[in-house]
Write a protein that binds this ligand. Structure first.
Ligand code: GAL
Length: 685
C-alpha cells in the first residue's frame, strides 16, 4: 500500500531550513546542487518557520518558500510541508500572552512561561487556534495543489501540557462529559481519601498527585486536547488540499501522550528515531531490539501499512551525554532497520547544519564544511542508492502473528500510584522490551497493541505488567483464548480498573478466571536480591532446569491452572512461578515473577516453537543478527538480514537461490557472511 501514490519512491531527505539562510546568498543554489549527489529526493520544510512566514501579524512572506517548492517540483522531489505551530513568533507571545503555556507542579500556583524555546503553546487558547488556522489556511490555499506537495507535517513533536485557566476549564468540561455527575467522579477518584471530596466542579483546579484517579484522567485529557488541537490544525489542510495525507512526527516511547489515541487523527504515522548505536560496547544488541520495538510500536498505530521515519540522524546528535561518531556502516544499518520494520522513508534531522542556535553541533547531511566530501555525506548517498535498489519493497507490509500489549494508560496509572515499587514504574518500556527480545532474536514479527485493540488474527498475545485493565479487555482475552489463542500475563497484572481503583475479589482481577490463578501477595525484592524458578520435570513447555529471577515475585495459588515452574527459595519456595491454564481451545499463561533474560528467552522460545510462529528466515540467527519479512500485496516477500555486531556473522540461507537487492541482485544461497554492520535484502529468485 503506497502512502502517497503520486510519489512512488522511498522518501530520502529530511528537515531543511532554507529560511535560516536567507541572508547568505547562493546557499539554496548550492543545496540543490548537492541534493542529487546525496540521493536526497524529499525535503521537510517550514517546521519552525512562523517568524519567516508571518514576520508581522497578518503579513505573510511566501517568496522563499515558493522558491523551494518550485525548485523541488522541477526536480520531481517530494516536499513534506509543515505547519509552523511548533514554535510561535515573538510578536504573538508579546501581544497575546494567553498563547504561552502555564506550567505547575500540582502544589504551587501554575506560572506563565516566558517566550522562549519551542513546543510550548497553549492548546486551548482560542487566540492561538485562530492564528494557527489563519496561517494553515494561507499555506493550504497557496500550496495545496502544488506538484511538489506530498505530505502535510502538522506542527512538530506535540508534547507537554498547559495548566492555564483555559485548559483547566476545558478539563472540567471533559470530566463532566465523562462522569455526568460529581457523585460519579468522587466515587471514581475515591475522594473520601484525605477529605478530597469535591462539592463543586470549580474545585477541580489543580492536578493533585495524591488523587491518582485525577492524575490519570488529566493525562487522558492532555491527549484528548492535543488530538483536538491537531484536528483543528488539520481542518484547513484537509478542506483546501483534499487527498494530501496528514502526519505529525511522533516520538516512539514518549510517555506524555497516548499515541494509540492520537494516531486516529492522522492519515499516516511518522516518527523520529534517535537510537545511540555507539553508546557502549556490548549494548548494541539490546539497543537494536529496543529500536526494533519502537519501530513496531509506531507501525502498529496504523496496522497493516507502512510508516515514515520522519527524522533520524546521519551522525552524532548534540543532546546525549556522549555524542560519539557512528562507526562506518552504522548509519546505513540503522536506516535499513527502519525499512525492515515497515518504514517507507529514511529522513533526517537535518539536511544543512546551522551555524548557530542550540543545535549547531547536531549532525547533518551537509556539514559546516559545506561540500559533498565528508564521510557522513557519502554514507547518506549510499543509503540513497540502497533505497533506489529497494524499490520493489516499497508499500509492502509486516504481518505479525504475535501481539505485545504496551498500554499507555496502564503505564500512567502505575506511575500515578504511590508504590508498590518505584524502580518498576520507570522501566515499563524496558519490561515490554524484555518480552520482545526473544521474538526479535528469532526473526518472529511482533505488533504492539493496547487494552482497547482487537486481538483477532493473532496466535499469541503477551501482556507484561498490565497493571490497569480497560473495560472489556478481560472478556476479549477470554474470547481470544476460548477460540484457540495463547495469552500470556505476568506479575502485577490486573490490579486496577480504568479509573485506577483496585479490583476487589483477588488479583489479577477480571483475568483471574481465564488465567486460573489468584495472586494473593507480591514480594518486592531488594535490587541485589535473587530468587530462582525451577521447571517441573516433563512439563508441557519442554523447558527444564533452574533460572534466575529478581525484583517482583507474586505469591500465587493455582486455581485450575497447571503449575509449570515453582519458586526455588524463600517461604514461598515450591509455590507456582509459572502456570498454564487450558481455557476453551487455547491456553492462558501466568508468569508470576520478572524472570531473567534466559528465562524469558526459554519461555517465549518454547511458545514460538509450540505455536509454530512464522519466522522471517528459517535459520538460527547468530547473536546480533536480526531478520525481518516485508510482504507485498502481490505476494512478493523480502527478507532483511541485519548484522548489528561489530564482527562478521555467518548465516545459513538454505539451498534455494535468492537475489540480494543490496548487491545488485547477486544470487545468494547456503552459508553467507554478513560483514560488521552489514545487511542483505533477499528476494526470491
Ligand atoms: C527532534 C526534533 C528536531 C530536532 C531533533 C534533534 O526531536 O523534532 O527538531 O530538534 O530532535 O535531534
Amino acid at each position: 500500500m503506497l502512502l502517497q501514490p503520486r510519489f512512488p519512491f522511498f522518501l530520502h531527505g529530511g528537515d531543511y531550513n532554507p529560511d535560516q539562510w536567507l541572508h547568505v546568498p547562493g546557499t539554496v543554489d548550492e543545496d540543490f546542487r548537492l541534493f542529487p549527489l546525496a540521493g536526497v529526493n524529499s525535503l521537510s520544510v517550514g517546521i519552525f518557520s512562523w517568524a519567516a512566514l508571518e514576520p508581522e501579524e497578518g503579513r505573510y512572506e511566501f517568496g522563499w518558500l515558493d522558491d523551494v517548492m518550485d525548485r523541488a517540483a522541477a526536480r520531481g522531489m517530494a516536499v513534506v510541508l509543515a505547519t509552523p505551530s511548533g514554535a510561535k513568533p515573538a510578536w504573538m507571545a508579546e501581544k497575546y500572552p494567553e498563547v504561552r503555556r502555564m506550567t505547575g507542579d500540582g502544589v504551587h500556583e501554575p506560572a506563565r512561561e516566558q517566550q522562549c524555546r519551542r513546543h510550548n503553546h497553549c492548546p486551548t487558547s482560542p487566540v492561538y487556534r485562530a492564528k494557527v488556522r489563519a496561517v494553515n489556511e494561507a499555506l493550504a490555499s497557496r500550496y495545496g495543489r502544488h506538484p511538489a506537495l506530498a505530505f502535510w507535517h502538522v506542527s512538530n513533536e506535540y508534547n507537554g501540557e498547559c495548566r492555564c485557566p483555559l485548559c483547566l476549564a476545558a478539563f472540567r468540561d471533559w470530566l463532566r462529559a465523562r462522569y455526568g455527575s460529581l457523585e460519579a467522579l468522587n466515587e471514581a477518584w475515591w475522594t473520601g481519601f484525605w477529605a478530597h471530596a469535591y462539592s463543586d466542579w470549580s474545585q477541580i483546579a489543580c492536578i493533585d498527585d495524591s488523587v491518582d484517579g485525577l492524575v490519570l484522567d488529566w493525562k487522558r485529557f492532555v491527549t484528548h486536547q492535543t488530538a483536538d488541537f491537531l484536528r483543528a490544525e488539520a481542518e484547513p489542510l484537509r478542506r483546501l488540499a483534499p487527498g494530501v495525507p496528514v502526519t505529525t512526527n511522533l516520538m516512539g516511547f514518549y510517555e506524555g501522550l497516548d499515541y494509540m489515541r492520537l494516531a486516529r487523527e492522522l492519515d499516516v504515522v511518522s516518527w523520529d528515531n534517535y537510537p545511540q548505536y555507539h553508546e557502549r560496547p556490548g549494548e548494541t544488541e539490546r539497543l537494536a531490539a529496543m529500536t526494533g520495538l519502537a519501530h513496531d510500536y509506531m507501525r502498529s498505530l496504523k496496522p497493516g501499512r507502512p510508516f515514515l521515519m520522519m527524522e533520524s540522524s546521519p551522525g552524532p546528535v548534540n543532546w546525549y551525554h556522549h555524542n560519539r561518531l557512528l562507526r562506518p556502516g552504522q548509519h546505513r544499518l540503522k536506516s535499513l532497520q527502519a525499512v525492515a520494520h515497515g518504514a517507507d522513508s529514511v529522513q533526517y534531522f537535518q539536511i544543512r547544519k546551522g551555524r548557530g542556535g542550540s543545535e549547531k553541533f547536531h549532525a547533518a547531511v551537509i556539514d559546516h564544511e559545506g561540500s559533498e566530501n565528508t564521510r557522513m555525506f557519502r554514507e547518506v548517498a549510499q543509503v540513497g542508492r540502497d533505497l533506489e535498489a529497494l524499490r520493489p519493497v516499497l508499500g509492502s507490509v509486516v504481518r505479525p502473528r504475535v501481539a505485545l500489549v504496551f498500554d499507555r494508560e496502564s503505564d500512567w496509572s502505575q506511575k500515578a500510584a504511590q508504590g508498590p515499587l518505584e524502580s518498576i514504574k520507570t522501566g515499563y518500556a524496558d519490561t515490554v522490551a524484555a518480552h520482545y527480545r526473544p521474538f526479535w532474536k528469532r526473526g518472529v514479527a511482533v505488533d504492539v497493541v493496547d487494552g482497547d485493540s482487537p486481538l483477532d488474527g493473532y496466535s499469541l498475545v503477551v501482556a507484561p505488567d498490565l497493571f490497569l485493565l480497560r473495560d472489556g479487555f478481560a472478556s476479549r482475552v477470554e474470547a481470544f483464548v476460548r477460540g484457540g489463542g495463547t495469552f500470556v500475563a505476568t506479575w502485577l497484572t490486573g490490579i486496577v480498573g480504568p479509573t485506577g481503583l483496585c479490583f476487589r475479589g483477588g488479583f489479577p482481577g477480571p483475568l483471574r478466571k481465564v488465567l486460573g490463578v489468584w495472586a494473593e501477595e507480591t514480594d518486592y525484592l531488594y535490587d541485589d536480591e535473587r530468587n530462582s524458578v525451577e521447571f517441573a520435570a516433563g512439563n508441557r513447555l519442554g523447558v527444564s532446569g533452574s533460572f534466575g529471577t529478581s525484583l517482583v515475585c507474586d505469591v500465587v495459588h493455582a486455581e485450575g491452572a497447571e503449575t509449570v515452574a515453582t519458586y526455588g527459595r524463600d517461604f514461598y519456595a515450591g509455590t507456582p512461578a509459572l502456570t498454564a491454564n487450558r481455557f476453551g481451545k487455547g491456553e492462558a499463561w501466568y508468569l508470576a515473577t520478572r524472570g531473567d533474560e534466559a528465562l524469558l528467552d526459554a519461555f517465549h522460545g518454547a511458545l514460538a516453537r509450540r505455536l509454530a510462529l512464522p519466522r522471517a528466515l528459517d535459520a538460527e540467527l547468530p547473536e546480533g543478527v536480526s531478520a525481518h519479512l516485508r510482504e507485498g500485496e502481490d505476494g512478493a516477500r523480502h527478507v532483511f538480514l541485519l548484522n548489528f555486531a561489530s564482527a562478521p556473522r555467518a548465516v545459513d540461507l538454505g539451498p534455494a537461490p535468492r537475489r540480494d537487492l543490496l548487491a545488485a541482485g547477486a544470487s545468494v544461497s547456503g552459508a553467507v557472511t554478513l560483514p560488521p554492520f552489514g545487511a542483505m535484502v533477499l528476494e526470491d529468485a
